[in-house]
Design a protein around this ligand. Structure first.
Ligand code: HMG
Ligand code: MG
Length: 306
């Protein structure tokens, strides 16, 4: 199979990125970040999550962030909803898409959402049907698909089992997530191939944290099997609060630079994306993690005061 000529990037920085920040991030900065991202051409943006503020305090301003963004036609704004309480809180904000997030391992499911895999599916089922009835698209994430901080290695069978459970309750798109970034290209391909046993190509995506520097290679490997949707986080923001030591998702700037070099269309304008990364990094008081972001900012003579 030839690699895709067009790739869709789902920007998860405002959610997956910022959820892990210990310092408070002002609501207005979160809103401005979303604006920068849509200005750069991102058409799918994960904005926030409707989870317990005791578990993830940084996302407590979910409703205010959703109220603050200036929506652009053609952009899909998504939010995480782990249960009915989350969905009910999210509905007045009118998300275009919701995300239920399960895990390939029992240990991570317990640590992240405080229940077993089977219980999580039971909780998701009414969320999925209520969202679909309201005309909202439903995405599902399978965390720890390539490695788990508590269990260690994770098999493709374990991934496929959860993919199938999500499919059975009506989840329309599945994201295969390397939460701790230990996955390598062939392993990533094998996990996504299992998802493709149940979902069409355009409803499967890869979500690769870059902790071990494997994310770009994993994306390339998944493009080799035709996958053309990937999550990425501007400036390489973030990590998961329930996966110690996990760093951010692959930086959106790094992915766009690679795809531009390969002649693959994304609709994203790299310079404007670098501006978005510079903006949020400035607010956080540190340089972007993105290698491409840092390189291009250095060329512009930008110095970060930390
Ligand atoms: P729980 O404690 O088992 O929930 O948490 P509960 O139903 O027993 O309720 C306990 C309290 O939480 C109650 O309040 C509920 O009202 C409240 P109290 O009576 O004590 O005052 N509560 C809520 N509040 C707000 N929004 C809600 C909600 N639900 C209950 N939706 C729960 C279960 C799922 C809520 C909790 O474990 C949680 O919020 N977990 C979220 C963890 C999280 O956000 N992790 C990061 C996102 S996932 C991720 O990053 C991975 C991903 O990027 C892919 C990858 O990289 O792997 C997607
Ligand atoms: Mg993640």
């Amino acid at each position: 199979m030839t690699i895709p000529s067009r790739v869709t990037l789902v920007e998860v920085g405002p959610r997956d990125g910022l959820q892990n920040e210990k310092q408070p991030v002002a609501t207005e900065h979160k809103v401005a970040l979303v604006q920068h991202l849509q200005d750069a051409g991102l058409r799918e943006i994960e904005v926030t999550s409707f989870v317990s503020p005791k578990w993830v305090p940084q996302m407590a301003d979910n409703t205010q962030v959703m109220a603050g963004i200036r929506r652009r036609t053609g952009v899909r704004y998504s939010v995480l909803t782990p249960n009915m309480k989350g969905l009910e809180a999210a509905l007045p904000s009118k998300p275009d898409e919701i995300v239920v997030f399960g895990a390939a391992t029992e240990a991570f499911s317990q640590r992240n959402i405080n229940c077993s895999i089977a219980e999580s599916i039971e909780r998701f089922a009414p969320v999925v049907s209520a969202a679909r009835e309201a005309g909202i698209k439903v995405r599902g994430a399978v965390s720890c698909a390539l490695g788990c901080p508590y269990q260690g290695d994770v098999s493709a069978d374990e991934v496929e089992r959860v993919v199938k459970l999500l499919k059975d309750i009506g989840v329309q798109h599945v994201g295969i997530a390397d939460t701790i970034g230990t996955g390598t290209p062939r392993k990533a391909q094998r996990a996504l191939e299992r998802a493709l046993n149940h979902y069409p190509l355009h409803e499967v995506s890869g979500h690769f944290h870059d902790t071990y520097g494997q994310a770009l290679a994993n994306i390339y490997a998944c493009m080799e099997i035709g996958v053309h949707t990937f999550d990425a986080s501007v400036a390489g923001l973030g990590g998961c609060p329930y996966a110690k030591g996990a760093t951010g998702n692959v930086a959106t700037e790094d992915v766009v630079f690679m795809l531009d070099g390969l002649g693959i269309e994304t609709g994203i304008e790299l310079d404007a994306l670098v501006d978005a990364g510079a903006f949020i990094s400035e607010q956080l008081g540190r340089p972007p993690v993105s290698r491409v972001g840092r390189a291009l900012l250095a060329r512009r003579g930008k110095v970060f005061v930390t």
